[in-house]
Design a protein. Structure first.
Length: 420
């Protein structure tokens, strides 16, 4: 009997493991899987026997590259309605902050999300998540934060979990109750935070609805002190934390997140060098979101050189949401992070694989091609891995393997409500 289930041969691998060579690459190599995990990786010439003697299924991948399945580590993919009207307002000169202060923004999506049933949220989420899967994503994080009351927050998180159970993708969920102040708490921000701490986090933890807790620390969001209260409650319930920090102004959020051992701090255009140092010391990943930077026409770049200088790992994510990043495409983010943020294509790919896995705390099982990890693989029709950042609005994915099983796009993504 063959040792392995499947082996891909005559291929190039960008393992993204830290091996000292670029992309952790193995050229003219092979990768074998058994029982949903990677069983062997190496050069063709070091295969112990003929491939047919080693695996029941042999796939010749001549001319292709195999990378880890991509990981989108920051999305707000479950929401009701859209914000196309605000898009048009911004084109007329209104700013994101003005729209938010005038009762639009996150709160308008809150209303549409509260009005939607869990089934409606799932149905709306299927084509969005399918779009990410079609581009090679095998893990996607989904946040709540458009319910802003216990039952509606739980509904969003349950919808996110249901999406993960329905589609061939691993979904990690994050509770973001401290995203915006719901109108019924106007003038009582402290009371709302108390509700997040006393009622929502315990309910989320009790239901096992979230894998992490996030907050929006910003002048149009919550203060550092309020964020700290949320973090303490999260930790008391055994949930790791992450933070929307320094997106529009420097609130010291990244340093606060680092103090709580946060898995990531996200956005970070306005972070100070002290904030970067604190992240480096804590091993907190910097998640950069070029879709929001582009959509809001930001001009202050995140300080990539400081992250490099202090050794902070950088991840890249879509931040897919109806307001500041209406773009469910991680490949587009790879291109934007190079063109706009001047990251290298290798940094960008590490940002959507190895470092994204760290930002979600799933790096023991995912994010690189290494023996023992889950077999989440993306097979690409490209000649060099830098092409994943080079092409834009073009998808060179050839095949996707989720937990050792080849994804059948026709069958598995052609569900009711899925765009053909
Ligand atoms: O990551 N910054 C806060 N949250 C989202 C935007 C959500 C929205 O506008 O609906 C973000 O950009
Ligand atoms: Fe976000």
């Amino acid at each position: 009997m063959a040792d392995w289930d499947t082996i891909w041969i005559n291929t190039s691998l960008a393992t993204m493991a830290v091996t000292g060579n670029s992309y952790g690459q193995v050229k003219n190599g092979a990768i074998a899987i058994k029982n949903s995990r990677i069983a062997w990786i190496g050069l063709m010439e070091t295969l112990p026997k003929k491939p047919e003697a080693l695996a029941s299924n042999v796939i010749d991948a001549t001319g292709k590259w195999i990378t880890p399945g991509l990981i989108d580590c920051h999305t707000h993919l479950v929401f009701g309605g859209s914000r196309v009207g605000e898009f048009e307002q911004r084109l007329q000169g209104a700013s994101y902050e003005e729209i938010s202060r005038n009762g639009g923004g996150i709160v308008s999506t809150m209303a549409a999300t509260r009005n939607a049933s869990e089934d409606e949220l799932i149905k709306a989420g299927i084509p969005r998540l399918s779009n990410l899967i079609r581009e090679g994503c095998t893990t996607v994080e989904i946040k709540s934060g458009y319910g802003l009351e216990t039952s509606a927050e739980l509904k969003q998180l349950f919808a996110a979990r249901a999406l993960g159970a329905t589609l061939p993708v691993n979904v990690q969920t994050t509770f973001l109750g401290a995203h915006a102040l719901p109108p019924e708490f106007k003038g009582r921000q402290g009371d709302y935070i108390e509700k997040v701490i006393e009622e929502m986090i315990p309910a989320v933890a009790e239901n096992g609805a979230a894998d992490a807790v996030d907050a929006f620390c910003e002048n149009i969001g919550f203060t550092a002190a309020e964020t700290e209260g949320v973090f303490k409650a999260a930790q008391a319930h055994g949930l790791p934390v992450k933070l929307h920090a320094e997106q529009l102004s420097d609130q010291g959020g990244a340093a606060l997140a680092a103090r709580f051992g946060a898995m990531s701090a996200d956005h970070l255009e306005f972070i100070s060098e002290d904030g970067v140092r604190a992240m480096a010391a804590a091993g907190t990943v910097a998640v950069l979101l070029p879709g929001a930077f582009y959509t809001l026409r930001e001009t202050q770049l995140p300080p990539i050189d400081l992250f490099r200088k202090h050794g902070v790992d950088i991840a890249i994510a879509s931040d897919f949401n109806p307001g500041s990043s209406p773009m469910p495409s991680l490949l587009l983010m790879l291109n934007m992070s190079c063109t706009m943020f001047r990251m290298t294509p290798e940094e960008a790919l590490a940002g959507a694989t190895r470092n994204a896995a760290r930002a979600l705390g799933v790096d023991a099982d995912r994010g690189t091609l290494e023996v023992g990890k889950l077999a989440d693989l993306a097979v690409w029709n490209i000649e060099q891995p830098a092409e994943l950042s080079y092409w834009a609005a073009y998808n060179p994915l050839d095949m996707l393997i989720q937990g050792g099983t080849v994804v059948d796009f026709e069958k598995e993504l052609t569900l009711p409500g899925v765009m053909a």
